[in-house]
Structures are given as C-alpha cells and as structure tokens.
Design a protein around this ligand. Structure first.
Ligand code: NAP
Length: 238
C-alpha cells in the first residue's frame, strides 16, 4: 500500500519522532500536515522537510480546538499522534498538576484526536497512537507515563475492535534521542544515554527514524490492527 498522494496528519509533527514520520511520509509522496502548539517550531520543522508540508497550530489538550481542527482538515488517510508534554519525577514528589499535564497531553490529547479524527479517516486508512516503554517496564520516576501508556495501549486494542475496519495501532518507543531531552544538561544526558545503551540488547539509544520507520510500516500494512509495536532496542526485556 503506497503513501503516494495519501493525506497524512501528524499531531506532534514539529519535533522528534513526529517530525521523522512527517519527513518519511513526505518523501514517499504523501500530502503531509503537521500540527503542534508552537507556530515557530512548526515553521522550523517545515523548513527541514524537503517536500512542501502544511503546518497547523493546535493544542491537542483542547477538545473544542481538536474538533475544529478535524472539521477543517476534512478527509484524511492516516493519522499519527505523537504529542506529549510533561516532566518525569518521583511519584511521591511529582505534584498533581505535573502528573496531570502528562495525562492531559498524552492521554486526553490522543483520546480527542481519535474521537474527532477517526471518523474523517478514509477506508483503508489508519490511526497510530503513541505509548512508550514505561508501560511494559516499570522505571522509578516514570509512573505518570507508565499509567498513560498503559491506558493508550488498552484504548488502542479497544478502538481496533470498535472502529473496525479502521486500523488502530500503537507504537511503543524506548528511549529515543529527541528534543524531549533538550532541557537536560548535555553532559548528564550523554551519560544517561551511554549507561542505558550499554544495557540494551540493541546496544544503542533509539533514533527518531527507527520509530518513524515502524509508523510508516503500520500505515502501509493493511492487515495489522490492535497491535502494540515495540521499537525500544529490547529495553522492556532487561
Ligand atoms: N523520546 C523518548 O525517549 C520517548 C520514550 C518513550 C515514549 N515517548 C513518546 O513518544 C512520543 C513522541 O516523543 P518525542 O520524544 O518525539 O517528543 P518531542 O520531540 O518532545 O515532540 C513532541 C511533539 O508534540 C508536540 N506537542 C506537545 N504537546 C502538545 C500539545 N498539547 N498539543 C499539540 N502538540 C503538542 C510538540 O510541539 P509543541 O511543543 O510546539 O506543541 C512536538 O511537536 C510521545 O508520546 C512520548 O511520550 C518518547
């Protein structure tokens, strides 16, 4: 199944894995729309993609705006949601607003996108949600992500049945070097990545392109639905 001339919408497409998906889809001839909150980030992302892409500002936590976004976007072939924000922190120290920010952006954001986007997806299309390794492998400091990722995986399976024949899948990345870690001290970040890379079966940290390739494969594979695809270098196993 080719992506040529298919309309691919990536919410979270201005950075990291979403941007990598947008680049790969555009390179395959898709008509790509990227969405995120910051217009500046969207402009910079569009400049990085050799093919022309449409940029649309959107805060996926705002139900009314998400509904309007899809009403304006019209019909589409594939929807991918990578949007998420929030800091990590020890369960007993992370305050409720910080925990809630992760739930709002990553759970409710994907819920709203599915709720209002799914009905615009054409026959043969797909919805790809984003989970993460914390759902499968408990790591101290990641309880909010663990809870949300687990909920997203359950939602994915449920929607794959309820919204069929629309295909609904989730990708579960491991640690991937993206701007999500830009706030860390660069030396601390490199140290963390090096220690983790040595422990992983894949012996390296993920790249956005590793994950984007899996998302593109899910869009094209007409027989995969309700699946959680792990692109984590084996992180959940060790
Ligand atoms: N990187 C990792 O190691 C890792 C590991 C496991 C799972 N994941 C998951 O993988 C997904 C992608 O992560 P990433 O590392 O690629 O992230 P990233 O580089 O930080 O990019 C996040 C994207 O989402 C957008 N975004 C954030 N909040 C938004 C909101 N409320 N409304 C609309 N757009 C929003 C951002 O743009 P604006 O800020 O302009 O809105 C940006 O385009 C996330 O679900 C993350 O939890 C990541």
């Amino acid at each position: 199944m080719s992506l040529n001339e298919k309309k691919v919408v990536v919410i979270g497409g201005s950075s990291g894995m979403g941007l990598a998906v947008a680049k790969m889809a555009a390179a395959e001839g898709a008509e790509v729309v990227i969405a995120g909150r910051s217009e500046e980030k969207l402009r910079r992302a569009a400049d990085e993609i050799p093919q022309p892409v449409e940029t649309r500002p959107l805060d996926v936590t705002l139900e009314h705006d998400v509904r309007g976004f899809f009403a304006e976007a019209g019909e589409l072939d594939h929807l991918v949601v990578t949007a998420a924000t929030g800091m990590v922190g020890a369960f007993l120290e992370l305050d409720t607003p910080s925990f809630r920010q992760i739930v709002d952006s990553k759970f409710w954001g994907q819920y709203f996108a599915a709720r209002y986007g799914a009905q615009r997806i054409k026959e043969g299309g797909s919805l790809t949600l984003f989970s993460g390794v914390a759902a499968a492998k408990p790591v101290a400091g990641l309880s909010a992500y663990a809870a949300v990722n687990g909920a997203i995986e359950a939602l994915c399976r449920s929607l794959a049945v309820e919204l069929a024949p629309l295909r609904v899948n989730a990708v579960s990345p491991g640690i991937v070097d993206t701007p999500a870690y830009a706030g860390m001290n660069p030396f601390e970040r490199k140290k963390m990545f090096d220690i983790l890379a040595a422990q992983l079966p894949a012996r390296r940290i993920g790249r956005p392109e590793d994950v984007a390739a899996a998302v593109i494969a899910l869009m094209k594979n007409g027989y995969t639905t309700g699946s959680v695809v792990y692109v984590d270098g084996g992180h959940r196993l060790v």
